[in-house]
Design a protein around this ligand. Sequence first.
Ligand code: CA
Length: 253
Amino acid sequence: MICDNHPVALNPKLCTGATGRLAGFPGDAHMRVLIAEDDQVLADGLMRSLRNAGCTVDQVGTGSEADAALALHEFDVVILDLGLPKMHGLEVLRKLRARGSSVPVLILTAADSIEQRVKGLDLGADDYMAKPFSLQELEARVRALTRRGLGTASTVIKHGPLTFDVSGRVASIDNQMVDLSAREIRLLEVLLQRAGRLVSKDQLVEHMCSWGEEVSHNAIEVYIHRLRKKIELGPIRIATVRGLGYCLEKIAA
Ligand code: CA
């Protein structure tokens, strides 16, 4: 039932949003964003804007769909309208936090509902915007939230000799730039965010694609294979944990 009033979101060709990244929005490309908003015009504008910025975006139009999507999928940021049909946004947020998720949430509220804003922040929202708002400001706040989600205000992630500039989408090893495709960059980013920890193939699939887009486990293996050839030059290894997934490691010299 996800996106049933919005078939575009299920069209695999339109789901990646990976093309046409705007120069003015360098960071957080391929971040996976969920938009829970029942105002379709507003949702379409948000989706277009964030996809142009390189994010992978999914949209739902009811609170119960948002709740189901959040229980099943991993997102990097959630944009949550509070006035949603079927389940109020505050209840969606409460359930999300009750499941222990710390995904950054930006709530959208009507201009006059200060009480709901406060309630939302109390329930664990990370930021809010009152309608109407500028898309530019929303993009800036989403950028800030994704950085916070990475657990760092810095836009550079380091792992041994490997450096990844989240804003510029550039990876380098010992200051030598590594030539990576958009998907390889996304894959590396996900592994780096969880360096030293096991990342399952399902998690990688989740972060690589939007609903409707097919990225199989086999495809993940191919991307991992390519990425290994490019980054396993020094002490960096992408270890295979058989039957479970992968782990980005540093091996002692
Ligand atoms: Ca609404």
